[in-house]
Write a protein that binds this ligand. Sequence first.
Ligand code: NAI
Length: 487
Amino acid sequence: MRIALTPGDGIGPEIMQATLHLLQAAGASAAMEFVPVEMGKACFDRGLTRGMTDEAIATVEQCGLLLKGPMETPKGGGGKSINVTARKMWNAFANLRHFRTLPGVMTPYSRSGVSVDFFIVRENIEDTYGGIEHRLSNDVVQCKRLISAPGSDAVHRFAFETARRLGIRKVHCGHKANIMKMTDGLFLERFKAVAADYPEIETADVIVDALCMNLVMKPQQYRMIVLPNLQGDIVSDLAAGLVGGLGFAPSGNIGNHISIFEAVHGTAPDIAGRGIANPCSLILSSLMMLRHVGLLGSAARLENALLSSLEQGVRTGDFGDAAKPALGTMDFVREVAKRLGQKPATTPAVPDADDRITFKPPVKPFSAAAVHTFGPGTTEVVGADLYVDAAEGCQAIAASLQALAQGTPFRLKLISNRGTQVWPTGSVYTDCVDYWRARFERVEGARVTQPQTIDLLQRVAARYTVCSYELLRTFDGKPGFSMAQGQ
Ligand code: NAI
């Protein structure tokens, strides 16, 4: 089994060396060939804006597995986060993280005897992480938030499959569907639809703000939570804080073809090169990788050795009992290696298992797949939202837009500003910026087509800059657009 390997920047090479030392000591390396690939700062410095070489991309695609250290993201400029690029380019659509109380890692919860042990599955590709951003007017920028039914289905199915594999009996869906009724609403609707295939697993949904409070107040009530991308990102770091910080949070980015295992923390430039970094996050991520490929026995041996070491006070300087000596990164893993074969005494040991490789390298698809959830239904054009850049007030804009729509099959239905209706009714207390949404709907009884909305757009564009346009359609009779606040 070939695994692409890139140590990363900052403390990356130190924690990678330590992790490989342990994999070797546990005998797991015998089944694996690590293939070094070039990614990260050195690539950005050479002007490679993707942060990786073409050879690295080819190798990762052949192997189907990447073990990576943290990488520096260039600040400002055009360079995008290599981590986000890698997850998106290779469709590693589900981010799986495990958060649990570890022995020897003191937290307010461990001190009060509360055991934390849950998983977060975060959608990894869609949402605002699409990075589709535009400046629309002098004062307004936008980020387009796309949530798709197939993307939601994939992450929910992964969550339920993982829950089934791990014997988890309840899965929560975190969301904000009370406000974002269409985007988060779809994410939640697909959660419920996919759940029907897993009748033995109980489900519940929770609004993300309440979820954050519940996690702090009573984290033991959760076993697995599935979330959209941005909310999942934030809640995952909150969860890491519950169990001792990012130094103990492993992460796997799982796709149908390619999966990436990485430490959750960054490159820690403040301690890089000093040999004192905590390697636990990358070690725990490599355990996720072992389980992903079927090396369950090696993973169990290694995890039990790590748990035994932690409960016996083996530690690096960033955690643990200050009365015990703080070890450097390599000394820490040497101590763990010495305990291979031991079982933890105070924490449940991971049951013994056999190593049996189930992973198969990906077969390269002929082309990118088009994925669908819903079959073609009946859609009807009912209008258009035209977004105009204008410095006037809403009454003046409404008057000109009504005049411009004369003789078309559309009438101006409403104007909103930052989502709040300001015409025909509104409040003088609503401050308005220079970007207005004008909603045109077909006049009663008219049948309209998209070209007619474009004619309307052209008329409006003769008077205003139309910054964006959204077609209003019904899908099987249901409106495919939200109402304005205050409509
Ligand atoms: P960071 O996670 O690198 O550091 C935050 C603090 O935690 C620092 O005080 C650091 O010393 C400490 N820390 C982090 N990992 C540690 C470890 N294993 N052992 C002991 N202490 C540790 O976050 P920061 O400073 O915001 O980011 C630094 C760089 O890392 C940036 O260029 C950022 O873009 C990149 N980054 C990369 C990630 C990745 O590759 N997955 C994730 C997060 C940040």
